[in-house]
Design a protein around this ligand. Structure first.
Ligand code: B1M
Length: 212
């Protein structure tokens, strides 16, 4: 890991938002790849924050300030995360499911999808099934994209799929899910059309679902 990426990693863990912005800019200026800055400098730092939380070394406030630092860093990186080759048309209703407040991964998915040419209707966090449903009905969206970071909120994804089925519009949209505890087999189990392990794969899976 280069020195500037190491410093970025540490600034996210210590939750220093201003320093994180500076380090992202410094890493870009020194020619680091945006994907390296994102994965090695920031996503791995959040994984370390999670591990420290599990060990009882960090508590919720520490997780929050690290998340804030990551959001600041992402705002600098956002213009660099463009992927012109994937340009495509499609309307995506995106949200973190009911009961779940984690939004960093969901925001990354939003950024990557927007930069790939999708129109993203981001409902935010703690989104109940009825809100996904209403947005699909109002906008005629092609895709419902859901994020969950807690094992306890994963079943909310199934609630959305059930709501789409109950109102007879399940076959009008494709459903893609993701988030740290979510797996391909869980996606199959609840009847989602696609699963992606990270934001860039979410773009590819969404695109292939629309091409079907
Ligand atoms: Co929370 N939290 N948290 N937390 N938190 C986790 C998820 C946890 C694993 C930490 C741990 O114990 N190791 C644990 C969950 C355990 C479990 O259920 N298995 C946990 C817990 C327990 C909790 C609370 C219950 C703690 C408490 O209050 N006692 C509480 C719950 C609140 C709630 O949601 N109701 C809580 C609260 C919080 C904060 C609010 C403090 C904060 C979130 C702030 C925010 O998001 N604005 C927070 C944080 C920061 C984390 C960790 C440390 C980091 C999450 C993160 O942002 N990662 C997390 C530990 C960890 O994940 N290792 C943890 C970086 C992000 C880029 O990754 O979101 O996984 P991720 O997104 C990835 C992929 O998953 C994927 O793409 C991204 C990469 O490109 N992806 C998708 C995500 N969504 C996708 C959708 C797709 C496709 C791909 O298609 C639609």
């Amino acid at each position: 890991m280069s020195e500037v990426i190491q410093e970025l990693y540490e600034s996210v863990i210590s939750g220093n938002a201003e320093l994180t912005e500076e380090k992202v800019q410094a890493a870009l200026d020194s020619g680091s790849e945006p994907s390296v800055i994102l994965n090695e400098g920031m996503i791995s730092a959040m994984a370390e924050v999670g591990e420290r939380f599990e060990k009882g070394e960090f508590f919720v406030p520490e997780m929050l300030i690290s998340a804030r630092a990551m959001q600041f860093g992402l705002s600098i990186l956002k213009p660099q995360l463009q992927d012109g080759d994937l340009a495509s048309e499609g309307k995506v209703v995106l949200g973190t499911v009911k009961g779940d407040l984690h939004d960093i991964g969901k925001n990354l998915v939003s950024m990557m999808m927007e930069s790939a040419g999708f129109q993203v209707l981001d409902l935010g966090t703690d989104v109940p099934a009825v809100q996904f449903l209403e947005m699909v009905q109002e906008t005629g969206a092609d895709i419902v994209a859901m994020s969950a970071l807690l094992t306890t909120t994963m079943p909310s994804m199934k609630d959305v799929i059930d709501a789409l089925e109950d109102t007879g519009i399940r076959d009008k949209v494709k459903v893609i899910i993701g988030g740290a505890p979510v797996t391909e087999s869980y996606a199959e189990k609840i009847g989602a059309d696609g699963y992606a392990a990270d934001a860039s794969r979410a773009v590819k899976v969404t695109k292939s679902l629309l091409d079907e």
